[in-house]
Design a protein around this ligand. Structure first.
Ligand SMILES: [Zn+2]
Length: 281
């Protein structure tokens, strides 16, 4: 890398050690969950040691074109086009930093990241074991990235809806048959979302500047007040793990003691198009 320009990114934990990347070679681009991990090799070194780690957060955009607003950083590259990557981040939830010697202690989420959802290492047995160890609400455990990587707020709501699991259910109390359904739903939802190039609610754009089309396939997320496409009951919005959470009170039975679920009049809505395969309606 040729240089780092901090346009509007004060030094701090979210941009720690970034200048160490200057003069180092980006060996390749890996991904773990929602983190991009780029091993850096210093001149003359036999192998990479430092890691450049990028996380878009909620509103981060990384691309080869200079954005019109909210430009935080410019990562200047050597060689042919693109000769720079621009970091745009309206709400500053993103992280753009270097981990010296790849020490992930400062990023505990990355350090404890579970298996990749679309790879063979994500098994029903391993997922069941991870759930069995926790009494946290199953949605909170999913968001921790420990049982499986890559499941954020939107995809957690979708997968739990497909598997008919209430997000407040203590993880260890999810019945085995539903653990299996949830495992399959996570894979199906994420595979379909990747196919659609993600979900654009606000700022997210693909590298080509296009919106992610999975928004049109969402069954539960953002549909509070709408009819559940499976049973017609009204989808409600709760707060779980400090995140807006969308639930069908009929398909996803609340665990004992979770409190009354708001009631609403049912109305019909057309079924969602392009629903993930392999999950029973
Ligand atoms: Zn329903």
């Amino acid at each position: 890398m040729r240089g780092v320009v901090r346009v509007d990114a004060p030094e701090g934990p979210k941009t720690a050690h970034l200048e160490r990347a200057v003069g180092q070679r980006i060996e390749r681009v890996d991904r773990r969950g929602k983190f991009l991990v780029l091993p850096l090799r210093a001149p003359g070194a036999a192998r990479p040691a430092d890691e450049l780690v990028l996380h878009l957060g909620m509103t981060g955009v990384l691309g080869p074109r200079r954005p019109e607003a909210h430009l935080r950083l410019v990562l200047q590259l050597d060689g042919p086009a693109p000769d720079a990557l621009y970091v745009q981040d309206a709400r500053r939830f993103g992280r753009w930093l270097v981990l010296p010697d790849g020490d992930r202690a400062s990023l505990p989420t990355l350090a404890a990241m579970g298996p990749e959802p679309l790879e063979d290492g994500f098994t029903v047995a391993g997922f069941a074991a991870a759930l069995a160890r926790s009494h946290a609400p199953v949605k909170a455990l999913l968001l921790s990235q420990r049982p499986v990587s890559g499941v954020g707020n939107i995809y957690a709501d979708e997968a739990l809806w497909w598997a008919r699991v209430h997000p407040l259910t203590p993880a260890a109390d999810v019945p085995r048959v539903k653990v299996r359904a949830l495992h399959g739903a996570i894979r199906d939802v994420l595979a379909a979302a990747v196919e659609a190039q993600g979900t654009t609610l606000y700022d997210y754009r693909t590298v080509n500047g296009e919106v992610g089309a999975y928004l049109e396939q969402l069954a539960a997320y953002g549909h509070d007040g709408d009819a559940c496409p499976r049973c017609g009951a009204t989808i409600v919005k709760l707060v779980v793990a400090q995140r807006g959470t969308h639930v069908c009170p009929r398909c996803q039975r609340a665990p004992r003691g979770a409190g009354a679920v708001p009631r609403g009049r049912s109305h019909r809505r057309a079924p969602v198009a392009g629903a993930p395969s392999g999950v029973a309606r």
